[in-house]
Design a protein around this ligand. Sequence first.
Ligand code: ZN
Length: 297
Amino acid sequence: MDKLIHGLAADATVRVMAAITTDTVREAVRRHQTSPTASVALGRVLTGTLLLGSSLKDFDRLTVKIESNGSVEGIVAETIGNGKVRGYIKNPLADLPQNADGSFDVRGIISDGMFVVIRESGFELGLHREPYIGSVPIKSGEIAEDFADYLLKSEQIPSAVLLGVLLQPEEPFVACAGGVMIQMLPTADPNIAVMIEDTILHAPSVTAAIKEGASAEDLLKMMLGIIDYEILGEKEVKFECNCSQERAVQLIASLGKTEVAAMLEEDHGATMTCGFCSTVYTLDENDLRKILESETI
Ligand code: ZN
């Protein structure tokens, strides 16, 4: 079971969050049939989005978009207060040979572009407050650094972000995944930042630790060293989309009478694939007739 925790450290001057996202990333990779490099990229974005959204309330929604000029074309992840996350990569087959050190060339498939964060609250209550949108040019393309760069430049929060996705040759191709995010609040002592940086530098990689059985809290301990912390919340996380047959019908209906009639006459049905989760919805002739007969169209 994947887990996300968040808390405070160093006398509440540092915000900390950590997550194990192995099953979440496995599900994303299974649904989108991503290439190895695209799997790592998508897994990092999903994990980073969960970490960034760790303290979301019910009815809050956080979207992270990578608008890329590289072969990946774009990555989108969206999480809501209950720990559910969904996401996709525009070109799931984007891939490159591994780097000399065996790592995946995520930077190579992302290239340059924009890193965009959208925060919304009250989205399902009809309280449509203006969303907060922040964006920065992609700095590294390795994703963890891009989350940190976004936090620093757009939200003025110096932070450390570690995101890891480890692949294996056999199914399930994702061996493990997870991450840690440490955000310095304005009251943080600069020495604490130096200590944390040094601890992270000497700690094993996130994926090496998770492979050995580390929990989200173990990851946090590993990156904080001797700095005291307090966990304020924890939740289960998973890849889950909110699409449904009903929503698919609504979407087809929204195309209008002429379009639906044409689908009935020419195609004798309609199929729709959800971009976020790759679920395919099929509407047969009867479904289309029902739409045409309904009063709402
Ligand atoms: Zn879906």
